[in-house]
Write a protein that binds this ligand. Structure first.
Ligand code: NAD
Length: 498
């Protein structure tokens, strides 16, 4: 065992981190970047450099796309569905078997508590691969009842893979969001080039190795580590890529859409959010308080669907704030690998600065800071759990995605008021509703402009349920059967019978 500051990291995990310099995986072989350049990789819990990774560029992306195209043409696209299923199911097993190692890498890279990495991120990653392993043998076209104007015919559809998929992944759930893309893309018979976030590439590298062990042929899954503006942009522009699937910020989503026009590639965008979490006076208050905390403080608030605007009905506003405050006071910050940490650091110094600037704007624009607002003493990119009350809808902290542990609490009067205000956002990713009134729950759920609505729950995710946004939160859906359609194209086949 070796120590990074106060936390213990198993030696074999450290060896993997140190050996990650050959972090570009093309045709099953790990390589350095063709330029020979690297970038540093940080532990956000200490702020220390823990290794370096290959800085892939456009030439590396081009080699990876060619490798993926060769693998697509030379067998993967036509492999029997049962054989593809075995690869995905075997990968799910390998994730389970290596859960601790993968979760430790994730926490070292991202900062989140190891319990979240293990029991949420990586456990669900295995489930996503397992779920899409099941789809391989159950997804296809159909025979349709046709009445053509000319003659008689038998007609059927085929669901065919698109080709090479470019998967661009963010840093907040590196392994899990990769599985949302890899699972359906591979199940449908596509091959993939992954560009992980430059802040969190380690779990992707290990997962790509496990994919080889699981039986995926070399070239089916390729990885190019590097910076967004270089490797990411090159992947979005590449004419050999049939589709780009992207999760990340709305600003980057716009660049990716613009980059896709050269060959009119398909695009799925899962972008940012400013999700309302609505607490009616008739809610079970203690459960709603827990839901509000989970909604904003899970993963340090770096969650695209974070419930960052809590709308609380006027008559319970003060009671709710009291309960929320005392619950938030019990949250223990610490290194993600240290025992007893409820919340880890933010992912980077840049993200910490950005969140602290938003907190500054909340105070400057007249909101009341009732909890947190600063950083604890010591190293690492921590921000204390922060709650603002007396927030107005027009304030920056009520409008902009902060992507940190900052909750804005707003008072409302009745259903119509809260529906209008909840919808007055350019985003539409998710929403929460807390009420014991059945009619109200479903009426409000129908009226909210959001891709996901949770009633008396928050942050529930399952591989079977589609996930994606309305408005500037993006388009297309990850997960569920929707994603199988998103990674295939329909061919109509006619057979003349006259
Ligand atoms: P980001 O947009 O900065 O980066 C995401 C990925 O895009 C990274 O791999 C990055 O290297 C790459 N990238 C950056 N510039 C690029 C470019 N010009 N061309 C191609 N690729 C480029 O986002 P982030 O900071 O990593 O993640 C946080 C954001 O992601 C938040 O805004 C959050 O809301 C959003 N997010 C959305 C969802 C969702 O499902 N809707 C899920 C998680 C995160």
């Amino acid at each position: 065992m070796t120590t990074i500051d106060t936390v213990i990291v198993p030696e074999y995990v450290l060896q993997f981190v140190k050996g990650a310099e050959r972090s570009i995986l093309i045709n099953g072989k790990r390589e350095e970047s063709s330029s020979g350049e690297f970038f540093d990789n940080y532990d956000p819990g200490t702020g220390q450099v823990i290794g370096r990774l290959a800085r892939g560029n456009a030439a590396d992306i081009d080699r990876a796309v060619r490798s993926a195209k060769r693998a697509f043409d030379s067998g993967w696209r036509d492999l029997k569905p049962g054989a593809r299923a075995r690869c995905l199911l075997s990968l799910a097993e390998l994730v389970d078997e290596n859960l601790e190692e993968l979760a430790t890498l994730e926490t070292l890279d991202n900062g989140k508590p190891i319990t979240e990495s293990m029991y949420i991120d990586l456990a669900m990653t295995a489930e996503v691969f397992r779920y899409y392993g099941g789809w391989c043998t159950k997804f296809g076209g159909g025979v349709l009842p046709v009445s053509p104007a000319i003659g008689t015919a038998f007609a059927y559809t085929r669901q065919e893979p698109l080709g090479v998929i470019g998967a661009i992944v963010p840093w907040n759930f590196p392994a899990l969001l990769l599985s949302w893309k890899l699972g359906p893309a591979l199940a449908a018979g596509n091959t993939v080039v992954v560009k992980p976030s430059e802040l969190t590439s380690l779990s992707t590298l290990r997962l790509a190795e496990l994919a080889l062990d699981a039986g995926f042929p070399p070239g089916v899954v390729n990885v190019v580590t590097g910076l967004g503006a270089e490797a990411g942009q090159a992947l979005a522009e590449h004419h050999g890529v049939a589709k780009v699937t992207f999760t990340g910020s709305t600003a980057t989503g716009r660049k990716i859409l613009a980059a896709s026009v050269g060959n009119l590639k398909q695009v799925t965008l899962e972008l940012g959010g400013k999700s309302p979490n609505i607490i009616f006076a008739d809610a079970d208050l203690d459960t709603a308080v827990q839901g509000a905390l989970l909604g904003i403080f899970m993963n340090q608030g770096q969650v695209c669907c974070a419930g960052s605007r809590a709308y609380v009905e006027e008559s319970i506003y003060d009671t709710f704030i009291d309960k929320l405050n005392s619950a938030a006071a019990g949250i223990h910050l610490g290194h993600g690998l240290a025992e007893g940490s409820d919340m880890g650091p933010l992912v980077s110094a840049t993200q910490q600065r950005r969140v602290l600037d938003f907190i500054g704007s909340g105070t400057a624009e007249g909101a009341t800071l009732v909890c947190g607002g600063g950083t604890p003493e010591g190293d690492g990119y921590f921000v204390n759990p922060t709650i603002f009350t007396d927030v107005d809808d027009k304030m920056t902290i009520a409008q902009e995605e902060i992507f940190g542990p900052v909750l804005s609490v707003l008072a409302f009067k009745g259903e119509n008021d809260v529906i209008a205000r909840a919808n007055a956002s350019r985003y539409g990713l998710a929403a929460g509703i807390w009420t014991e009134n059945l009619r109200r729950a479903h009426t409000v759920a129908a009226a909210l402009q959001a891709g996901t609505v949770w009633i008396n729950a928050y942050n529930m995710i399952d591989p079977a349920m589609p996930f994606g946004g309305y408005k500037e939160s993006g388009f297309g859906r990850d997960l569920g059967a929707d994603a199988m359609h998103a990674y295939t194209q329909t061919k109509a086949v006619w057979v003349g019978l006259d």
